[in-house]
Write a protein that binds this ligand. Structure first.
Ligand code: AMP
Ligand code: MG
Length: 334
């Protein structure tokens, strides 16, 4: 085919299909992580709308952007909140309540002191941690309609659940745009819209926290979020060789050592799955296993440091342990 003919055909195709369909995943970097949206039947404009939505939410929630609603709340002690920020903060406080404070958005000054928001990692002295913990208490957040306030010294961060909420928003945008099959991956926070284009279930691998090249197993999923929390996702090695992860125990002000090394939560709300993945990680297997049967609409796969799995019984038919975990002990929950 001559180049001129090829160009003419391409122009004709553009004229017939003004918004070319996006076969390739849309990838971009936001909220401090690599993201991708794979929706073969979505046109470029719809994927643009998804990308814009992420940047819009990042501009509301970012703790490091001084113009965000959360940064203004932290700097000024009070701020007007848009419906998105209010919704996520309210959900965070509700999750704090049911998890005995394992999820606590006011941990931010502690997380920052360890360098997790700046990348300047360090191990704060015990006295520094103790002083910062004085101001850690989610009950100190006053949330009213469209506004929030914090006492002096208290600061908040929605990082433990922002990506889950963002994934729900993308599902809404894609679904309203007529998409019935898509895979959203916001830095490991997955949302499987509908089923695969060939009509089969999505199969999502849960990464092996001890061997990132391998998986613990796979989950068959239709129309649900699959969200994992693990310290291995973001951690640093201190001078003494100890590894410190980014999920913190609000009781100690130190990286959580609950005996769990990975928590995956799946369900129809990315916001709920994200909030719970972090909280259950902090709570540990026993407390998580006691709470999970009381929660509607979520299932979970927990991996403990001894290599055993804790899996809610609702996943009996959809979770398949793989590789080293085929012989792992499984504690069924509920
Ligand atoms: P995730 O990856 O969803 O588990 O969220 C972890 C992020 O949430 C961390 O990078 C911190 O910014 C923040 N965080 C860590 N521990 C907690 C906690 N116990 N409660 C609330 N936020 C936390
Ligand atoms: Mg989370």
């Amino acid at each position: 085919m001559t180049r001129r003919l090829a160009t003419a055909l391409a122009l004709l195709a553009l004229a017939l299909f003004p918004s070319a369909l996006a076969e390739a995943p849309r990838t971009f970097f936001a909220m401090d992580t690599a993201m991708s949206v794979s929706a073969p039947t979505a046109d470029a404009a719809l994927l643009d709308a998804c990308e814009r939505e992420i940047y819009r939410l990042e501009a509301l929630f970012s703790v490091t952007d001084p113009d965000s609603e959360i940064a203004r709340l932290n700097a000024e002690g009070s701020a007007a909140l848009s419906p998105d920020t209010e919704r996520v903060l309210r959900f965070a406080l509700e999750t704090a309540e049911i998890t005995g404070g394992a999820l606590d958005v006011t941990l931010y000054p502690v997380v920052r002191a360890w360098g997790f928001t700046t990348g300047e990692y360090r191990v704060p002295a015990d006295a520094e941690i103790a002083a910062l913990l004085e101001n850690v208490d989610w009950r100190q957040v006053s949330l009213s309609e469209a506004a929030a306030a914090l006492p002096e010294g208290v600061m908040a961060d929605l990082g433990a659940l922002a990506k889950g909420y963002a994934s729900d928003r993308l599902v809404e945008i894609l679904t309203e745009g007529g998409v019935d099959s898509a895979l959203i991956d916001l830095g490991g926070n997955i949302w499987c819209v509908g089923e695969k284009p060939d009509g089969s279930a999505w199969r999502i691998g849960i990464r092996d926290p001890l061997d990132p090249a391998s998986v613990v197993g796979s989950l068959s999923v239709r129309g649900a979020a699959v969200i994992t929390s693990g310290s291995y996702e973001r951690c640093f090695v201190a001078d003494d060789g100890a590894v410190y992860g980014h999920i913190f125990d609000p009781m100690t002000g130190r990286p959580a050592e609950s005996g769990l090394i990975s928590v995956t939560v799946t369900g129809a709300s990315g916001l709920q799955c994200d909030a719970l993945s972090t909280a259950l990680y902090v709570m540990g297997a026993e407390r998580a296993a006691a709470l999970l049967p009381d929660l509607d609409g979520v299932e979970a796969v927990l991996v403990d440091s001894g290599g055993a799995l804790w899996v809610t019984s609702g996943l009996k038919d959809s979770f398949t342990p793989m590789y080293a975990y085929q012989t792992a002990e499984i504690h069924w929950i509920g």
